[in-house]
Design a protein around this ligand. Structure first.
Ligand SMILES: *Cc1c(COP(=O)(O)O)cnc(C)c1O
Length: 426
């Protein structure tokens, strides 16, 4: 049996239009594969250095003392991310949780947290206490300030220097845009921001929210002076295989401090057992650079397709990438919903269900989320989310492999066409 995208209900004119766009992206796709090759070698080298064996996949019970899987997985992450140490745990429930643990471990009452990449990711507003919330850092006497990015979306080095005060202790940098319409920040730019901070006060701790950034470039924030790097295993580094978890990598003394918050003072990183976590966590980490390459292909393909359809997209298709997120400004709630319905229809799981906008914990607007994924909520798998607020942008990310990503994007175009929201250029 031969099958084609037409069997999924994609019109001939959309296929022709998409084919031309894909042809034009072949150099870009090659470059993404080359980055994946380099990053895969980095993971393999880190695994060899950590002496991975069958025992590394076994898991333990109880306290998890001398858990070889835990120790070798954490060494592997540290090695690949250019840091001295790492915590990689299934008990870290999400990226937000990983960031909360890292911030709580580093900050003490009277300290100040300074964000130099503007307003942080939505869920962190409650963690920090920007929006009042029980258990926030603000409740524990940690103050917060932020320096906005410049209008063009670059670090404001002058303002960063001026914002550092006596009580500043942690400087936070968010690599990816998250749900904001700003530029994502490249590793090179992050390096320059860290240098600015360290020339004012070498003792300040630079913490990088690396969510969605892992393995997109050939360097990571840990390679360029970042002290603590944080992310989620149901995004890039889990490669779509890890079932849950988060990581915190960085300088050994800081990771130790954070470990006393993750488990308990006195216990730190020496405890924590998991059974089935290690094998998929290793497999996913090995595959992650290739999966990230698929996700990058999906992002530039979607960018190019939607730009040709007349929408504003960020980043532009030929811009340098530092994360896997693509924003398409759809401009109307019906189109945002149609886009997400299309993505859902093209998924390999739950293609028969319809996404609907709803209230999500941690977000202050209704959000629509599409994604028929193996791992619930996974956003390294093809997924799309958008807050129901102007300019009705969809944030699109992931793709375990190219055909599944391409199918999802074609279905989103078909869905917009069916709603009368677009006409296909000839
Ligand atoms: C996804 C994300 C987070 C954390 O999100 P979770 O949904 O809690 O995993 C934090 N920062 C950025 C930039 C993100 O993209």
């Amino acid at each position: 049996m031969k099958i084609s995208y037409k069997d999924f209900g994609i019109d001939e004119e959309i296929l022709r239009f998409a084919y031309e766009i894909e042809e034009g992206l072949s150099d870009r796709f090659h470059a993404f594969d080359a980055t994946a090759e380099n990053n895969s070698l980095k993971v393999i080298a880190a695994m060899q250095k950590a002496r991975i064996t069958q025992e590394s996949f076994m898991g333990t019970t109880g306290y998890g003392y001398h858990d070889i899987g835990r120790e070798s997985l954490e060494k592997t992450y540290a090695g690949a991310f250019g840091t001295e140490a790492a915590l990689v745990r299934p008990h870290i429930a999400s990226g937000t949780h990983a960031l909360t643990v890292a911030l709580s471990g580093l900050l003490r009452p009277g300290d100040e947290l300074l964000s130099v990449s503007g307003r942080p990711y939505d869920t962190l507003e409650e963690v920090i206490g920007i929006r009042p919330s029980t258990g926030s850092l603000a409740e524990y006497g940690v103050s917060y300030r932020e320096v906005s990015l410049k209008d063009e979306g670059f670090f404001d080095h002058e303002a960063i220097r001026e914002a550092i005060r006596e009580k500043t202790r942690v400087v936070a940098i968010q690599r990816s845009r998250g749900y904001a319409s700003r530029r994502s920040l490249t590793v090179k730019e992050i390096k320059e921001a860290i240098e600015t901070v360290k020339t004012v006060r070498p003792d300040l701790i630079c913490l990088i929210d690396n969510c969605y950034g892992e393995f997109v470039e050939e360097l990571e924030p840990g390679d360029v002076g970042g002290d603590v790097i944080v992310g989620s295993l149901i995004k890039n580094p889990g490669g779509g295989i890890a079932r849950c978890g988060g990581y915190i990598a960085g300088r050994a003394d800081l990771i130790e401090r954070i470990s006393y918050r993750l488990t308990s003072p006195g216990l730190g990183s020496e405890v924590g057992s998991s059974g089935d976590f290690y094998l998929p966590a290793f497999q996913g980490f090995l595959l992650s650079p290739s999966v990230v390459a698929s996700a990058k292909k999906a992002a530039v393909f979607a960018a190019s397709v939607y730009e040709h359809l007349g929408f504003c997209v960020r980043p532009l298709p030929d811009e340098v990438r530092t994360d896997i997120i693509e924003e398409v400004e759809l401009g109307a709630p019906e189109l945002l919903i149609a886009f997400c319905e299309g993505i859902q229809k093209g998924s390999y799981v739950d293609s028969h269900v319809r996404p609907e906008p709803s209230d999500m914990p941690g977000y202050d607007h209704d959000v629509i989320m599409a994604g028929g994924t193996f791992i619930s909520g996974s956003s390294i798998e093809l997924s799309a989310d958008g807050p129901l607020r102007p300019p009705y942008s969809v944030f699109f990310q992931g793709g375990l492999n190219w055909p599944s990503a391409k199918l999802g994007i074609l279905c989103s175009v078909q869905s917009l066409k069916d709603k009368g929201g677009i006409s296909i250029p000839r």
